[in-house]
Design a protein. Structure first.
Length: 138
């Protein structure tokens, strides 16, 4: 297993563990993305609170955890030939050098901007990109 895949596997374990702690079942189904969205909504609330907290201090960590989970749901259910690659945008799920989606980046935006940058909407659009019904956008 390469470093990137090891990183993803570790992030997935964290996502499932955190989901369980919040009473959510993250079973790699499309429906589980709604649970991820609810978790990220909760993180947004923490992020916007006054005072210090771990979400404010490390939003990128939580974005990696749940973005990797969303990416793996996409990969397992729609894009088994896509892979995680390191790019100038960080870790992205890619078919090739020009066709990719960035669930980690979107999870970060959901945490800091709230449901205006909803991960579930991203998931729906990413499926269309994978199915080549929409062109990819960076």
């Amino acid at each position: 297993m390469d470093d990137v895949q090891e990183t993803i596997e570790g992030l997935l374990k964290h996502a499932i563990h955190v989901g369980e702690g919040r009473g959510k079942v993250l079973d790699f189904s499309d429906e589980s993305i709604r649970s991820v969205s609810e978790i990220l909504d909760f993180y947004y609330e923490l992020y916007t609170e006054t005072g210090e907290n771990i979400i404010k201090e490390q939003p990128n960590t939580f974005a990696h955890i749940f973005g990797a989970y969303v990416g793996e749901v996409l990969r397992k259910n729609y894009a088994p030939d896509w892979t995680w690659v390191k790019t100038e945008y960080g870790l992205v799920l890619a078919k090739n050098e020009t066709t990719m989606v960035n669930p980690i980046g979107k999870a970060y935006k959901h945490i800091v901007n709230g449901s205006d940058d909803d991960i579930h909407s991203f998931f729906t659009v990413a499926i269309l990109v994978i199915q080549e019904k929409l062109p990819p956008q960076n």
